[in-house]
Design a protein. Sequence first.
Length: 403
Amino acid sequence: MADSDARPFLDLHGPAFHADPHAALRAAREQHWCAETAMGPAILRFQEVQAALSRRTLRSGGPDSLAMQGITEGPLAELMASFLLNSEGATHDRLRRLVGRSFTMRRVEALRPLITATAHALIDEIAGRGRCDLVAAFSDPFARRVLCAFVGFPPDAQARVRRWTGDIGLLFGFGVAEHRARIEASLAEFHAYVDELVAARRRAPGDDLVSDLVTAEAASDALSQAELRAMIITFLTAGSDTVLHQLGHAFATFLAHPEQWRLLAEEPELAGQAAEEIVRYSPASLIGLPRVATEDVEIGGRVFLRGSFILPITGAANRDPQVFVEPDRFDITARRRPHLTFGGGIHHCLGAALARAELQIALPLLARRLGEFAADGPAEWLPPTLAVYGPAQFPVAYHAPAA
């Protein structure tokens, strides 16, 4: 198109992006709503990202991302193709209908006492220490305990789930070929465990997600064994890592804005707004998964040809000044329009309500019970080019107030 020369190049693997991805995205968005990358065009403005997420002619590019890394067959390609996010048309609608009833607000609300008890128990362990790594001591065990309880995995499986989901999560990065043997080994173990758990739930259903999925039926339709495996792996891998890393982003953001942390401790009723603001301002999923055009599609006056690989960058859209007032200001009292962190269209995140509940409960409890905290050494961050990223280590020092 005529404006192609005006579009900047966004180096997603360069040092500037890794050092401050939001600054790099802002600089590119100020030049144009669409930037070029080594993977294909990146959409940066809210209106166009929202349009891309809602177009059914833009399918998820997970399998294509694997193919670009030389993986077109075998267990990893089969798993990627089986994920709900990578299904389209009638197949997607069928799967979404079967599993959607398991993600009701009633089920999430019923889990709030367990979420609260889990947060308190972990804070009890660290409150008197004066220092800890918040990732290892809180966000990692918190996210996995809650999700395992929701899905239906027993407590003695949590350590194995942590290893399996960590390895399988590498499937969504750009180093899959390097880690292929490791991912496939964990996937085989995970499949064997899930098959045993599914068989047990068929014999004796409980009040958990696995039981719901096993018994899910609609018009004499049900999930196959392969579909059950894929669904359970999806929820455990995406659900635990998303909350784990989103809490890490929250710690880093509140560390830089201590007045907001104090405010949350004093006014826990701001928890809902605080959760929305943190996932808008510093989302654990910055880039998200790419889309592929199944036919020529027009967005923002530009035609993307069939087969185009497109990156709708929700992290850039969430700071679009045309939509959000002072978008680079973190303010838990601000009432903003809905963000795009949990996606949109037919692929809106099924687990959004559960993730919100976990953030709404954990953050004010930590603010009140640990009090103000300071860095106790450098944080170690995963690269922002991963589908979900955050700090791998976040050491802090604090002086918890008396109970």
